[in-house]
Design a protein around this ligand. Structure first.
Ligand code: SF4
Length: 357
């Protein structure tokens, strides 16, 4: 944990904390949507700088965490085929499904590779024409463009042995689900700055208007997070919903047009199941019919699965349960033997508390 004096922008952080204390007159509950923001808050103890009554709860913005168990089971089943090399990002390999994790499948002889990009998997497909190379494409709007590019490149290079098992998610429908929930406490959002950098702000304006909440497009440095909190609290105190962009050094209203065009070319918006949140309309991406020959989903059945008991990831992802309130935190569930995805992922809320608190 860092002390205030160690922050690169210590004076700015201190000034923001002072303005926040002067602005907040009432208790407010805000959700930081992204797991990267959660890690920054917990690591730097930013919650200790908030005025009394202003509370941050952790949101669903960890893609590894929200991937439902049935998709992990499907990935494991595909990996166990003799003719397959299964590739994905590192965190995804350790998340337990009903049949174990991809890492455990590797221990049983499956060929499982960690990659940093779907283009690495594409290169592997070129090098290994004897194998079907399947990329488990996990992530929000941020990683979808790279998956789309890999699909387009596979088509251009006429690689017949490359497939995508798609688990891409769109953030805005999850925020709407949280706001519609009967036990919702969240009154404003720190929106994920990197997602908005790619996808733009249009959905966030609509959510702010329809649900009358403040939303601040927020980055990942301590000053970004405190600035996001300040914008939300100021709007709540004024009773004025709307969207602010204190992350304007990176994020633009329209997003990244090239990336958005690429995603629209390859993927269609579909309903998707999220861990802990169920089936959310319009919350996922699937390959369009033109690219359906690249779809790995037909290689394995993926019926909806019961979520891992006794893990309470669903409540953690909705901000309804602080990680340390889970009875298994730090006892049965630790990074070296995780019971659920939020303890595995580098963006998981449970892992943040374990490492920094
Ligand atoms: S501490 Fe472990 S068991 Fe509890 S919610 Fe987090 S990941 Fe699941």
């Amino acid at each position: 944990m860092k002390y205030l004096s160690e922050f690169r922008d210590a004076e700015l952080v201190a000034a923001l904390a002072r303005r926040l204390r002067a602005t907040a007159r009432h208790p407010w509950v805000l959700m930081e949507v992204c797991g990267g923001q959660t890690h920054a808050i917990v690591k730097h103890a930013l919650d200790d700088l908030l005025p009394p009554g202003v509370e941050l709860v952790h949101g669903p913005g960890c893609p590894v965490c929200v991937t439902p168990p049935e998709l992990i089971d499907a990935a494991v089943a595909i990996a166990l085929r003799d003719d397959v090399v299964l590739c994905s990002y590192g965190d995804m390999l350790r998340v337990p499904g009903r049949q174990g994790s991809l890492q455990q499948a590797a221990g049983c002889g499956a060929e499982v590779r960690m990659v940093f990009s779907p283009l690495d998997a594409l290169e592997l497909a070129r090098q290994r024409p004897d194998r079907l190379v399947v990329f488990f494409a996990v992530g929000f709007e941020t990683t979808a463009p790279a998956s789309a590019l890999a699909a387009r490149e596979a088509r251009r290079r006429k690689l017949a042995n490359f497939r995508l098992l798609v688990a891409h998610y769109r953030v805005p429908p999850a925020l709407e689900e949280i706001l519609r929930s009967p036990d919702n406490r969240v009154q404003g959002f720190l929106a994920p700055g990197h997602v908005c950098t790619v996808a733009g702000f249009a959905d966030y304006h609509r959510i702010a208007r329809d649900y009358r909440v403040p939303i601040a497009i927020t980055g990942f440095e301590p000053v970004d997070i405190l600035a996001g909190v300040l914008h939300c609290v100021a709007r709540l105190e004024r009773g004025e919903p709307g969207v602010d962009n204190p992350y304007r050094r990176i994020a633009r209203e329209e997003g990244n047009r090239t990336a958005r065009r690429l995603v629209q070319e390859v993927f269609a918006v579909v309903d998707q199941r999220w861990r802990g949140m169920g089936l959310l309309p319009g919350s996922g991406l699937a390959l369009k019919p033109d690219y359906s020959d690249l779809d790995a989903a037909p290689l394995a059945e993926a019926p909806p699965a019961a979520e891992n008991e006794p893990c309470r990831a669903g409540e953690v992802l909705r901000g309804a349960l602080p990680p340390t309130a889970c009875p298994h935190f730090g006892t049965l569930c630790r990074p070296e033997h995780p019971l659920g995805a939020p303890m595995v992922s580098s963006e998981g809320a449970c892992a943040a508390y374990f490492h920094y608190r």
